[in-house]
Design a protein around this ligand. Structure first.
Ligand SMILES: [Ca+2]
Ligand SMILES: [Ca+2]
Length: 496
């Protein structure tokens, strides 16, 4: 370029009005509740149909080895929104709400950090764990603008499945009944988010959070979504009858008495296939809503300047290891979708390096040019968003004090509070059927993985309740705190 043209270019840039200067990238922050790896592009289920998520992954970077920090809504979300592990905060159960923990009362969450950075923050659906905020609810401080709370939406007049064990919980339900897509909470939150994208001023930097409720139970779907999947056993996950024979007994303590039915109940009541199909149908429904959202983002003219991130708060078992539900330290419970797309992110990448949900906080800060924050426990994924091969540390998941999983690129190491252990080679054994913890040939690898166990591992925070587990080593007794507190002794029969 000669000097004349260079001068012209500089003069033209200087002449641009200030309002045309590119705003900071927007963030579209999409959560899916209880979404395991049954997503087409993740390969967790061969029949899963999620064309919109697959297309987004193709345009961005898909993390195929991403894991939650806790396999339960409240602790997982508290961790990723504060950037701290549950082993640091003591938030392990469905209670407390983190603002009620003195050390976390004033902590600046991810959206608040964006708010401080000049963003307008929006929330609809389930982002934090908790119900619809009331008029004077302190939760209103967490975002500038609140949309509909979403949730289940229309329900059948009575439960579709037979009474389930452990209390016949109203959420334990699934199946087909006639209704309209528009009557579902997840449809309504999408419509609201679509409106915000269309209406927001062009020079406003948005942090728009959209939290989908499905495929959390109850998994209700209409016939249209159900018909995407065959009515045969090909919808069932692969399981091994004797799978738990080589698993430490302590693993049962993590989900001792819960409303999510065991596999035995599903089989005896002819509900296994119905559950798997309903879960898949709901996954496809949510995928279609995400498709509407991405289309609206493109229509709004913001696509080129928006970082889109999609994440699930933890996985879900549908019969694997003899259970349905979450609350385990295995792959099906910890592995989650994590997709980034947008400016600064290489397209068409699949990253096999371990990633953690609490890495989203530092990653989004860096992608959007906000000042780095040194109190966060996550590590930015920006190196992997540029080069999927860039190395990472293992991902750690904890379920109550003393119970941890360390997931490296190839292996999973689990350590329970009573020192019992599991070790899996996921390359040779992707279903984690063969526990290698006592295999001498793995001793060195196990030692290496132990080094990644959390150094800080605090007891439950005050007010902890619901799915909280403590362990008294001297008495070799555990306490399972759910609807009531149960003492678990070594010889007690596992409830079913
Ligand atoms: Ca959840
Ligand atoms: Ca096994």
């Amino acid at each position: 370029m000669n000097y004349k043209y260079l001068f012209l270019a500089v003069a033209m840039l200087a002449a641009l009005p200030a309002s045309a200067a590119p705003a900071k990238p927007n963030v579209l922050f999409i959560a899916i509740d209880d979404q395991n790896d049954w997503i087409g592009c993740m390969g967790g289920h061969p029949l899963a149909k999620t064309p919109h998520l697959d297309a987004l992954a193709e345009q961005g970077t898909l993390f195929l080895n991403a894991h939650c920090q806790a396999p339960l809504c409240n602790p997982s979300r508290t961790s990723l929104m504060t950037g701290l592990r549950s082993t640091t905060t003591g938030v392990y159960g469905l209670a407390p709400w983190f603002r009620n923990v003195p050390e976390l009362k004033e902590i600046v969450t991810l959206p608040q950090y964006f708010q401080q950075g000049g963003y307008k923050t929006y929330c609809t659906g389930k982002i934090f764990h908790g119900g619809r905020p009331g008029k004077n609810s302190p939760i209103l401080k967490e975002f500038d603008v609140w949309g509909p709370a979403g949730g289940i939406g229309v329900k059948p007049p009575k439960k579709l499945i037979p009474p389930t064990p452990m209390g016949d919980h109203p959420l334990m339900d699934w199946g087909v009944f006639p209704h309209k897509d528009e009557e579902k909470g997840d449809y309504q939150i999408t419509s609201w988010a679509v409106e915000q994208l269309a209406q927001a001023p062009a020079d406003e930097s948005m942090f728009l959070s959209v939290g989908y409720f499905l495929p959390h139970v109850p998994c209700y779907a209409t016939q249209k979504w159900f018909d995407l999947y065959p009515d045969d056993d090909s919808v069932l996950p692969l399981t091994l009858k004797s799978d738990r024979d080589d698993v430490p007994r302590f693993a049962w303590y993590l989900h001792w008495e819960l409303p999510e039915p065991r596999l035995q109940w599903l089989e005896e009541n002819n509900q296994w296939r119905n559950l798997a199909r309903s879960y898949l149908a709901c996954t496809s429904f949510v995928d279609a809503q995400i498709g509407r959202l991405i289309e609206a983002l493109k229509q709004s003219g913001r696509w080129d300047n928006t970082v889109v991130v999609v994440w699930g708060d933890h996985g879900y078992h549908l019969g694997e290891k003899g259970i349905s539900g979450k609350n385990t330290l295995w792959e099906r419970s910890t592995r989650v979708p994590l997709i980034f797309a947008g400016p600064g992110i290489k397209g068409g990448q699949r990253c096999m390096q371990p990633a953690e949900l609490l890495d989203m906080y530092p990653t989004l800060i860096e992608l959007c040019g906000l000042p780095l924050k040194h109190t966060l426990e996550g590590l930015s994924l920006v190196p992997q968003l540029k080069d999927a091969e860039a190395g990472r540390r293992p991902a750690v998941t904890s379920h109550n004090q003393g119970n941890h999983a360390v997931r490296s690129e190839r292996y999973r190491y689990i350590r329970y509070a009573d020192d019992s252990e599991e070790f899996y080679d996921l390359k040779a054994d992707p279903h984690e059927w063969k526990n290698l913890a006592s295999d001498e040939r793995c001793a060195a690898l196990i030692r290496e993985h132990r080094l990644w166990l959390p150094k800080k591992d605090v007891p439950p925070a005050p007010g902890s309740a619901h799915r909280v587990l403590t362990y008294d080593r001297e008495r070799d007794e555990a306490a399972w705190i759910n609807q009531k507190t149960l003492t678990i002794r070594r010889g007690d029969a596992v409830p079913n």
